[in-house]
Design a protein around this ligand. Structure first.
Ligand code: NAD
Length: 238
């Protein structure tokens, strides 16, 4: 498979390593210093584009891939305020888009566990729930995209919480997400249910970026020659 990498930072490089190991070819690498090479002609040499840039550039990059007719796997976080626009564009252009706030297989299993746990805890209102996420200091957005996904899953399955907040709050209907930044930390997410009697806690800790990169390559293999909008749930058949 021929891959275009949009964003050649920590994740772009980790994805390149895994893609080459799996026998794929990198036909285009775009970063800020060669953005003029991000043309329709160049992009169409690839079967699929993998976009990991950041909150401020993701929307424009994903939009270009869709408009240029190349399936795109995006991992950039912090830009989902543009989700409705991008999904409408993808529909109109019969495009192919995979998005996940976290491509690691382990985190996607953790997402399923999180939903199940929220459903189980729904009747037991003596338990309060909160979340902590820890990442490296270069991370630009807070809370993490993964923490937002986890929070939305809890809100969808637990009637006593009605919004997430990223600051301390004493309102029992708020789901508090605490963000910590320290080095080195590829990513830790903990969901805690606490009652006066006991605590139930689930934690996912990423040890390296390799898990995200392998999942993104898997998603690219899935997206090739497809049209529609997909998540890791479809990629992994969960
Ligand atoms: N979904 C996931 O599984 C997952 C995992 C890790 C990181 N991320 C997210 O992916 C993004 C990138 O993470 P990273 O650790 O590789 O960051 P990074 O800062 O190491 O790399 C980002 C790269 O994108 C480049 N870039 C910025 N604007 C660009 C533009 N307009 N066009 C082309 N390139 C541009 C930067 O120069 C940089 O080289 C972040 O939003 C991060 O939160 C997602």
């Amino acid at each position: 498979m021929k891959i275009a990498l949009i964003g050649y930072g920590k994740m772009g490089k980790a994805i390149e390593e895994i893609a080459l190991e799996k026998g794929h070819e990198i036909v285009l690498k775009i970063d800020v210093q060669n953005n003029e090479d991000f043309t329709k002609e160049n992009l169409q040499k690839a079967d699929v584009a993998i976009e990991f840039t950041g909150p401020h550039s993701a929307y424009e990059n994903v939009k270009k891939c869709i408009q240029f007719g190349v399936p795109v796997v995006s991992g950039s976080t912090g830009w989902l305020d543009k989700w409705n626009e991008i999904s409408a564009l993808c529909d109109t252009n019969n495009g192919s888009l995979v998005y996940s706030s976290n491509y690691s297989i382990g985190v996607n299993l953790f997402f399923e566990l999180n939903k199940q746990l929220a459903k189980l805890m729904e009747p037991y209102d003596s338990y309060d729930v909160n979340m902590t996420e820890i990442h490296h200091t270069e991370k630009k957005d807070a809370p993490s995209g993964t923490a937002i996904t986890l929070a939305e899953q809890i809100l969808a399955n637990m009637g006593r919480k009605n919004k997430w907040v990223n600051s301390p709050s004493s309102a029992t209907s708020d789901l508090v997400i605490t963000s910590q930044r320290m080095d080195p930390a590829p990513g830790t997410h903990t969901v805690t249910y606490q009652s006066p009697i006991d605590t139930i806690e689930i934690t996912h800790t990423a040890h390296t970026r390799k898990g995200f990169a392998s999942g993104a390559v898997l998603a690219a293999e899935f997206a090739k020659n497809k049209s529609g909008i997909f998540t890791m749930k479809e990629v992994l058949g969960l």
